[in-house]
Design a protein around this ligand. Structure first.
Ligand code: IMP
Length: 214
């Protein structure tokens, strides 16, 4: 199992070259922004024409690990990959690692949110107050060409609302209100969301362990 590798917390030196192991241009941009204070040279999987591995893992962590390891081995450079999604309690954690796939090949999140709302209704979840419990999770994996990996997971808990509200975010943002907040992630200014998001929490752990930062 990939996730049984012993974490080695291997540090990334300033100035090192790092592959952002994703073909999603939005994620590359986000990783470049997050890594900007660390003076790393960030290359994308597309820049290096790396193949896109299939996400065959059964958890966010194993999917992040297989993407990071595949890129690190082919590029012969350290590589950083993430995997994320929304878990809904009353649906036993669905859509989870299938969050992107629920939106179909055209990535229609209007449809994905409607399906989510319907499935929650079938389980009686909308009677929960203030709404059905859910969390976003992000796993970040830093992998090395010799197979060493460090993986970090961040979560943000909250509840779902229906109908969706706000157009500032992406994916399931318009249906999610984090604990202690009144706005959905779709209504929040991106900077406010990024300060409390699952990805920010995973990234803070990675920085502390491997980048010598806060
Ligand atoms: P990935 O590219 O396999 O990691 O897919 C992640 C999917 O999870 C996205 O396509 C979204 O549907 C969902 N997701 C992950 N993070 C967020 C978020 O911050 N807001 C809204 N949806 C998210």
């Amino acid at each position: 199992m990939l996730s049984s590798h012993t974490p080695n917390r291997r540090p990334l030196e300033r100035g090192a070259r790092l592959v952002a192991a994703t073909h999603n241009a939005g994620k590359v941009a986000e990783l470049r922004d997050l890594l900007a204070p660390y003076s790393l040279s960030v290359l994308s999987a597309a820049d290096l024409s790396l193949p896109e591995p299939e996400e065959t893992g059964t958890s966010f962590t194993t999917n992040a690990e297989l993407k990071a390891l595949a890129a690190a081995k082919v590029a012969e450079l350290p590589a950083l990959a993430d995997d994320s999604g929304l878990e809904v309690e009353v649906l036993d954690g669905a859509p989870g690692i299938y969050s992107a796939r629920w939106a179909g090949p055209t990535r229609n999140f209007g449809l994905a949110m409607r399906r989510l709302a319907d499935e929650v209704r079938e389980r009686g979840g909308w009677s929960e107050q203030p709404g059905p419990r859910a969390n976003f999770t992000a796993a970040l994996c830093l992998a090395w060409p010799d197979g060493a990996i460090d993986t970090f997971e961040g979560k943000v808990f909250g509840h779902l609302v229906w109908p969706p509200r706000g157009d500032k975010g992406f994916g399931y943002d318009p249906m999610f209100v984090a604990d202690g907040q009144t706005l959905t992630f779709g209504e929040m200014e991106p900077a406010r969301k990024h300060a409390i998001s699952h990805r920010a929490r995973a990234f803070a752990l990675l920085c502390r362990a491997c980048l010598g930062g806060a």
